[in-house]
Design a protein around this ligand. Structure first.
Ligand code: GDP
Length: 315
């Protein structure tokens, strides 16, 4: 990418797209193209086509998606499947039709089979049944990888796919029904501290293991992949380290300074028992995550405290 290249960041208001946009701006890229979902509904094929014909992006970061935590995913599976299939099909096909030079498709670690060996290697894709609580979302994300790979095979398109592990950071969704675990616990602990509440509720058993990547690290990996990598198949992006939800809750309590009790609500789902990424492929290509969980949580906490009204109004 040259500094003046026409670069479309799809989903720039989201956690991932926002981080990629900030990074591109910081690096002095001037040809950045964005649209809010109100301005351009990516599920609308004709609108997407017209947008590509008009703007003629040369590079595309496909970070637009309908996303949510375990409850939202299992409550609205039809929307998660339809919205994400349409967004992927429309953006990837329009990129092909309009001669996009390179596209980076962003997915998720939930594409891998629920009981795949750990850590998750890229070749485990489509080797077993998916986790039920996010199957709809995962199927759409798998379809997007397949689209990129088949357009590469049939048309020679330079479309690549990155699969980040669980992400967090500035701009995350802090809505307690829709969000992922890290922002949810951060908000719950802050509010419990302020209210002098004796306990905070943590969903599930606390035993599932999860890996967390700070979103600015994903933005860094995304630029790295866009610049240097051209391969079929998913490429895992993670830290290679995980911890239990119980330990995560403690890390967050320490960061917030909350000293009350943690109470586990077994009526809420645990989801997949573990999803740790094998990141050796990306490491061999020359990239590693650099932000520790401790630092990332501290930065996210500081951001949330400074932007609380904005964060809560956004979702
Ligand atoms: P997942 O990685 O797709 O399962 O998505 P989540 O980030 O939503 O959930 C990860 C784990 O954290 C699951 O075992 C949840 O039950 C657990 N968890 C604990 N407390 C919370 C909470 O307040 N919100 C969410 N979303 N998950 C929670």
């Amino acid at each position: 990418m040259e500094k003046t290249s026409r670069i479309y960041v799809a989903g720039h208001r989201g956690l991932v797209g926002g981080a990629i946009l900030r990074r591109l701006q910081a690096e002095g890229y001037t040809g950045l193209i964005t649209r809010t979902s109100r301005e351009l509904d990516l599920r609308d094929q004709a609108a997407v086509r017209a947008f590509f014909a008009q703007e003629r992006p040369e590079f595309v970061f496909l970070a637009a998606a309908k996303v949510g935590g375990i409850l939202a995913n299992s409550t609205y599976p039809a929307q998660f499947l339809y919205d994400n299939l349409m967004i992927a099909a429309n953006v990837i096909h329009a990129s092909h039709e309009h001669g996009v030079r390179k596209l980076l498709n962003l997915g998720s670690s939930c594409i891998y089979p629920r009981l795949a060996p750990q850590p998750l290697r890229e070749e485990y894709l489509l080797t077993g049944p998916l986790e039920e609580t996010n199957r709809a979302y995962a199927v759409a994300k798998i379809a997007a990888i397949e689209l990129c790979d088949h357009y590469r095979a049939q048309y020679g398109s330079d479309f690549i796919s990155a699969m980040p592990t669980n992400l967090y950071g500035p701009g995350d969704n802090f809505d307690l029904q829709g969000s992922h675990v890290l922002p949810a616990l951060l908000r719950k602990m802050i509010e419990a501290k302020e209210a002098h509440a004796p306990q905070v509720e943590v969903w599930g058993s606390g035993t599932p293991l999860r890996e967390f990547l700070y979103v600015d690290d994903l933005a860094d990996a995304s630029l790295f992949l866009m610049e240097r990598v051209s391969e079929a198949g998913p490429i895992n992006v993670g830290t290679g380290q995980d911890l239990s939800i119980r330990d995560l809750a403690q890390v967050i309590a320490d960061a917030v300074g909350y000293t009350g009790a943690l109470v586990f609500d077994a009526s809420k789902p645990d989801g997949t028992p573990r999803k740790l990424m094998d990141v050796s492929r990306l490491r061999a290509l020359g990239w590693e995550a650099s932000t520790s969980l401790h630092d990332g949580v501290a930065r996210t906490l500081a951001w949330y405290l400074a932007h609380r009204a904005e964060a809560l109004a956004a979702h």
